[in-house]
Ligand binder design. Structure first.
Ligand SMILES: Cc1ncc(COP(=O)(O)O)c(C=O)c1O
Length: 503
């Protein structure tokens, strides 16, 4: 006995001893009312100080695992044991084996089926990976974040550690209201809910607006954000996709679909700036054309503003919600995941006050609120003026990488049409026949991966000649080398196809 006791790094030794003895009691090595070895014996076998064992024994008694008989020692307390069969007293717990697969709801099964992260390509160490569009963590200003945390904790640490409000941390809400006002949004009659990133905000909005008597209908850009497609499907929405052009969604096709559809769509989901995956920014002319259509057909719009701040060049373009003026038809979902820190999981929903009031209740029912600590760190970070400094640096760095990526694509992948005016990625469309999933297999063998574009399309079989290159987390050398390798594999692909066609 006790041979398997091993101390680990930084954890207090008395706690490790307490937990070790607890495990022995739970496993049945020590029985009810059995006397534990004396503190002297225990300290000698475990090779720890006697005071450590005394502290561990006190801890066991505090936790209800042992009791003390004065001047005799510590004894194991009665515990709810493992399940015991009615008839025999044997351990019967093995007989309670549920086949969880058969118990899963339709929602759960679909969530697993649509979970690309689990089915995605594993990147072996050393591979050049263009799959991520997360920010480059080398840019994170840790000192400023640490200061923001310390500052806020000093001001109201005790309050922050207690429950907060479902709607969000009030100073952050006020800050974001002003922030959106500075983007040209008329905030009268509107309110704001803090969420755990865009994804939760989107899910809450969908659950609020999903019709209960029939499947919901949504119209959006095609391709679009994969997580949005997934959540729309999970919430039972029927999705109609409208193709993209160089300056945003194809408005003529949009209108044609609206004219044909007998019932108006329940929702439109649009990403007007640095759209994922195409990176396209919708032109001001298209923005007003789209908004006019939405108004004419009375369709509520969910605007995804996730990448808006990552503008490298060109004039500021107001979000759709600003174009809507006093109208309440646009629900704007913002996020700090790309422009700051995705790990904080802070996003927001801005929209009609009565709508936000209901969304607040859904948020409370689901998660009570987003971590107040996270919200308050972010608030203090913004208040301290760090955001402007950081964004300036991040924009410069991403712009540089964007230009390098574009130049490499022009050199090595000139047959592909490149789209993307900013943000953290570019999108390539190859001539029909270049299957980017097949191409990927060859690229993996050469140590490069990217995201095949078909996963962003609404229907299977679409976009098989497209791919997305995320450049935010790859070095300059990797960008140059990776794109050169992809170019070589495209040439090999054509050669192989040529051989097949002319045997
Ligand atoms: C289109 C789009 N919207 C929003 C987000 C951000 O989501 P979240 O705030 O949940 O991290 C992403 C992240 O990749 C995205 O691509």
């Amino acid at each position: 006995m006790f041979q398997d006791f091993k101390l680990v790094g930084d954890r207090p030794v008395a706690i490790q001893v307490k937990e070790y003895i607890k495990r022995l009691i739970i496993k049945g090595t020590f029985h009810k009312d059995q006397k534990l070895p004396s503190t002297r014996e225990m300290s000698s076998v475990l090779k720890v100080s006697r005071n450590t064992v005394i502290a561990a024994y006190e801890g066991l008694e505090d936790d209800g695992f042992t009791y003390t008989i004065p001047s005799r020692g510590s004894y194991v307390a009665a515990m709810v044991d493992r399940l015991v069969a009615d008839n025999g007293g044997d351990d019967a717990s093995f007989a309670w084996q549920i086949d969880w697969k058969t118990r899963m709801s339709k929602y759960a099964v679909s969530a697993a089926e649509l979970d690309m992260m689990k089915q995605g390509i594993r990147a072996p160490r050393g591979i050049i990976s263009f799959t991520s569009i997360a920010p480059d963590e080398q840019l994170f200003d840790l000192g400023d974040v640490r200061r923001a945390f310390m500052d806020r904790m000093a001001i109201e640490g005790q309050v922050l550690l207690n429950y907060g409000y479902a709607k969000g941390y009030k100073p952050l809400i006020d800050y974001l209201m002003r922030y959106m006002e500075n983007k040209g949004v008329d905030i009268s009659g509107k309110d704001l809910l803090i969420t755990s990133g865009f994804t939760e905000g989107f899910d809450i909005v969908l659950s609020a607006l999903r019709p209960s008597a029939r499947r919901g209908t949504v119209i959006c850009e095609n391709p679009t954000h994969h997580t949005a497609i997934k959540n729309l499907k999970l919430q039972g929405f029927e999705i109609t996709g409208i193709p993209m052009e160089r300056d945003g969604i194809n408005v003529e096709q949009f209108e044609a679909v609206l004219q044909k559809q007998t019932n108006s769509f329940d929702l439109a989901y649009l990403t007007p700036s640095y759209h994922n995956p195409t990176g396209i920014v919708m032109s001001p002319a298209k923005r007003s054309a789209v908004m006019n259509l939405m108004m004419r057909y009375q369709i509520p719009v969910i605007e995804d503003g996730f990448n808006e701040e990552l503008r490298y060049s060109g004039a500021h373009i107001a979000p759709l919600i600003a174009t809507a003026g006093r109208g309440n038809g646009v629900i704007y979902i913002g996020s700090f995941s790309k422009v700051l820190f995705p790990g904080l999981r802070v996003g927001w929903v801005l929209g009609d006050r009565a709508l936000i009031d209901t969304l607040e209740s859904i948020k409370r029912a689901r998660t009570i609120h987003t971590s107040t600590i996270d919200q308050s760190i972010l608030y203090q970070y913004l208040l301290n003026g760090n955001f402007e400094k950081y964004v300036k640096r991040a924009r410069m760095e991403y712009k540089r990488k964007y230009e390098l990526t574009k130049a490499c694509c022009d050199t090595h992948l000139s047959e592909a049409q490149l789209s993307g005016d900013g943000g953290l990625h570019v999108f390539l469309t190859f001539p029909a026949g270049v299957n980017t999933r097949q191409l990927l297999e060859a690229c993996i063998d050469q140590g490069v991966i990217y995201t095949p574009g078909d996963k962003f399309f609404i229907h299977e079989g679409e976009g098989t000649n497209t791919l997305r290159l995320g450049f935010s987390r790859v070095t300059d050398e990797q960008i140059e080398r990776g794109i050169q390798i992809i170019g070589q594999q495209v040439r090999n692909f054509h050669k192989a196809c040529g051989h097949k066609n002319n045997p």
